[in-house]
Design a protein around this ligand. Structure first.
Ligand code: NAP
Length: 305
């Protein structure tokens, strides 16, 4: 984040109220965790970041004896995010541990210690048959990852003071689709990319900014969709944009259907066709998500600088 953007962030956020400055960020080394650890101090919070192996949220005994008196807010950025790995016998257990047992442990701590809890959900809790997902949609997960996330969401949703933030297609500090496409373009590979899964990218720094907004604006507790804004696109559209920026032709990316892409592949989790999140509620709460294709341009400029 450059200097001008960080001062914008400082100006854009009200200070956290008394009783919500001390924040525990679990999964602090992940894409969202890193973005939070960078933004929270600028927004007036005092964050402590923890991750595996010292803080395993699925370790019920460890979470029981954790010193929760040191925090006002817990933001759970920890998760098992290997969607295909979750379909294996070992991955199924790990996914349920991190994505369900972990949030159950955090929900219990939040209730007992009067903490605000922020938890991140996924559009994989839906089958994707509905074109635009609102906060009110009933879960209908297709795969193990989505099922384990939906169960974790349910635990968090009964906490008196919770923000359940549902997002999609996160791009942050780590391996991601944009970097993969850039690498393929650089090597002259001509990939087939699915064109019938639609959604919007969410840059981790924007997701962190939305979470900070919820905390500092006094938004009503509850569930909020929070992805990037702007046009709805497909993975193939994004890949073509990356190829163009890398100086290649967008024709080098072949658009295929999900069915064509997965034909003959084993162990691939089913994915929702629509990842599009309705953003009206978060906008009404005073946060306007940045246009994700504009943010993609900035991100590609950074990667290629
Ligand atoms: N990535 C996406 O496209 C996407 C889309 C929708 C929603 N989300 C949700 O957004 C949130 C943040 O995702 P992300 O992309 O930032 O994830 P990420 O980069 O995979 O980071 C997750 C972090 O949690 C850690 N972790 C895993 N199991 C843990 C446990 N039992 N206890 C403590 N820490 C644990 C991971 O450590 P290891 O790396 O060592 O496992 C990693 O550092 C998650 O709730 C995810 O479900 C993500």
């Amino acid at each position: 984040m450059d200097e001008s953007r960080s001062s914008e962030v400082e100006e854009a956020h009200a200070s956290p109220g008394a009783g919500m400055r001390r924040v525990l960020v679990t999964g602090a080394n992940g894409q969202l965790g890193r973005a939070l650890m960078s933004l929270l101090p600028q927004a007036g919070f005092v964050p402590t970041g923890v991750d595996l192996p010292e803080a395993d949220i699925s370790d019920t005994a460890a979470m029981e004896v954790w010193d929760w008196s040191r925090y006002d807010v817990v933001i759970n950025a920890a998760a098992w995010t290997d969607v295909d790995g979750a379909e294996t016998p070992e991955g199924r257990r790990l996914s349920w541990r991190a994505n369900t047992v972990g949030p159950v442990n955090l929900a219990r701590a939040a209730v007992r210690h009067g903490l605000i809890v922020v938890h991140i959900s996924s559009e994989y809790t839906f089958d994707g048959a509905t074109v635009v997902h609102t906060e009110a949609e009933t879960p209908s997960p297709l795969g193990v990852y989505g099922q384990s996330k939906a169960a974790g969401d349910a635990a968090i949703s009964v906490c008196p003071r919770h923000y359940l933030v549902r997002t999609s297609w996160v791009v942050g500090d780590g391996e991601n689709f944009v970097k993969t496409m850039l690498s393929l373009a650089g090597r002259g590979v001509t990939p087939s990319v699915v064109a019938d899964q639609t959604g919007r990218l969410t840059f981790a720094s924007d997701l962190a900014a939305g979470i900070v907004h919820l905390l500092t604006s006094g938004a009503e507790f509850g569930t909020y969709n929070l992805s990037g804004g702007g046009p709805v696109v497909s993975w193939a559209d994004i890949a073509k944009r990356v190829y163009e920026r890398a100086g290649r032709s967008s024709d080098e990316v072949t658009s295929v259907t999900t069915e064509e892409y997965y034909a003959g592949r084993e162990g691939v989790a089913p994915r929702p066709l629509s990842s599009v999140l309705d953003l009206a509620k978060i906008e009404a709460a005073g946060f306007t998500p940045a246009d994700s294709m504009e943010r993609l341009k900035d991100y590609l400029n950074e990667l290629l600088a």
